[in-house]
Design a binder for this molecule. Structure first.
Ligand code: GLU
Length: 446
């Protein structure tokens, strides 16, 4: 296979959500695995609704996910290409002017339905003469432009869906250019796919019908259509589609909630595939698992709880080097021994800060069995301390007091950490150190 060129083509009209990351990752990781090019194309022809702020946030989201694009293009800078293509289609009679108002179209649609006919555009505008058009324009009407479809079945071999076909005889000729001269998504996308040499269009299955229309446009413009892969969409656990309005499922929201990009990526790529959903710390390894022919046709359920579990599992295995800078930024860089001691208790990396306070202090000890705790304090061994100190010390306390099990460990844990739960004390005790341990066991904040 020659090197693929793929694109992720969001409209910068809102923040992207976890469903969009599925499209972005499938494209980016496929390109990465095959040594290809990943293009970020902003579909910003709608100048009123597109915002730089959203474009910036999409780029930041991709960088956070670990898939920065190789190239960025903006449709708003490429209108000349679209105008040129539109003129060519007009020249060969595939793009024709229509003058119906929305009300007229709606009226006709209802009439067709009442007669039991499919409500598709009746191509009345194709019958207009030059004089008819001149008269309508003199009345102040501006045309919108429709693409004249070939009424045939369009077929393609979809990498996900296998042999796919859409009967274009049952579709309305799509409007490509609005009355005010602005473009709908359909034509600019094809023009760019041709101009940028896109080899694979990997996108959600909500675009299957568009694909049939777009294959006809590729051909009308004298180009060969790329390979298509339409993957299943993510839906919420209750079965709804993900919309841009679901703020907390936006990539920005997930990032701000302290989730790991690899957890988001692992779920977004593996859910609804033949592979078990599992945490993949390495994007190259995740890329190796992509197999379009094994993506399920059914919509894939996105479960926030599953994401949190993946996140925790990733952190439990995360090496110190991978978090060191973030720990420093949280003022919680207690070194490798500290990280290894606490990571198994974290569901988010930010929680490390709480455990660092427990180690470094000051904390208020929780003293329940004062006499027992003091007796234990007096048995604290001299430093140096290491991973065996806790065991040796608690053995000695057990021997001296006859107390064992939970009655032994819980009062000591509460005195030493101020909490009734937490990481193994065998690992924490040497980090706390004898001086602070002594003070805490004496009931002092330290
Ligand atoms: N802007 C389109 C969308 O977000 C792009 C679809 C495509 O990949 O062609 O749905």
């Amino acid at each position: 296979m020659s090197k693929p060129i793929v694109r992720f083509a969001p409209s910068p009209t809102g923040h992207i959500h976890i469903g969009n990351t599925r499209v972005a990752l499938l494209n980016a990781l496929f390109a990465r695995r095959e040594g290809g090019t990943f293009i970020l194309r902003f579909d910003d022809t709608d100048l009123a609704r597109s915002k730089q702020e959203y474009a910036d946030s999409i780029e930041a989201d991709l960088a956070w996910l670990g898939i920065p694009p190789n190239v960025v293009v903006r449709q708003s800078e490429r209108f000349e290409l679209y105008d040129d293509a539109a003129e060519r289609l007009k020249g060969i009679g595939r793009l024709y002017p229509c003058y119906e108002t929305p009300e007229e179209l709606e009226f006709r649609r209802k009439r067709q339905l009442a007669r039991g006919l499919p409500p598709i555009y009746d191509r009345a505008a194709l019958k207009l003469t030059a004089e008819d058009r001149a008269r309508l324009e003199a009345e102040g009407r501006r045309p919108h432009w429709r693409f004249r479809l070939d009424h045939r079945t369009v077929e393609w071999d979809d990498l996900v869906r296998g042999h796919a076909h859409v009967d274009c005889g049952s579709l309305s000729d799509p409007v490509l250019v609005r009355e005010d001269g602005t473009y709908l998504y359909t034509l600019p996308s094809v023009v760019d796919d041709i101009a940028l040499g896109i080899t694979h269009v990997i996108r959600g299955e909500d675009h299957v019908t568009n694909t049939a229309v777009q294959i006809q446009i590729f051909e009308a413009l004298g180009a060969k259509a790329p390979v298509f892969a339409h993957h299943s969409l993510l839906i919420t656990a209750s079965g709804e589609g993900l919309s841009k309005r679901l703020g907390h499922l936006s990539v920005k929201g997930l990032r701000e909630a302290g989730l790991e990009p690899q957890a988001v990526a692992s779920l977004a790529v593996l859910v609804g595939s033949a592979e078990a959903v599992r945490p993949m710390a390495d994007l190259d390894e995740l890329a190796r698992l992509i197999d379009f022919s094994h993506i399920s046709r059914a919509p894939a359920k996105f479960d926030e709880h599953e994401l949190e579990q993946l996140n925790a599992r990733l952190i439990h295995e995360m090496p110190y080097e991978a978090v060191r800078e973030r720990l420093a930024a949280l003022d919680a860089d207690g070194g490798e021994a500290f990280w290894n001691a606490i990571r198994g208790n974290l569901s988010k990396v930010v929680e490390a800060a709480e455990w660092w306070v427990v180690v470094r202090g000051p904390i208020v000890p929780l003293i329940t069995e004062r006499a027992f705790v003091e007796q234990a304090r007096n048995l604290l061994p001299p430093e140096p301390w290491d991973g065996r100190t806790w065991k040796a010390w608690t053995e000695a306390v057990k021997e001296a007091t006859g107390v064992k099990g939970k009655a032994l460990f819980l009062p000591l844990r509460m005195a030493l950490t101020g909490l009734d739960h937490g990481p193994e004390l065998g690992a924490l005790l040497p980090l706390i150190g004898r001086e602070k341990a002594w003070a805490r066991l004496s009931g002092e904040a330290a």
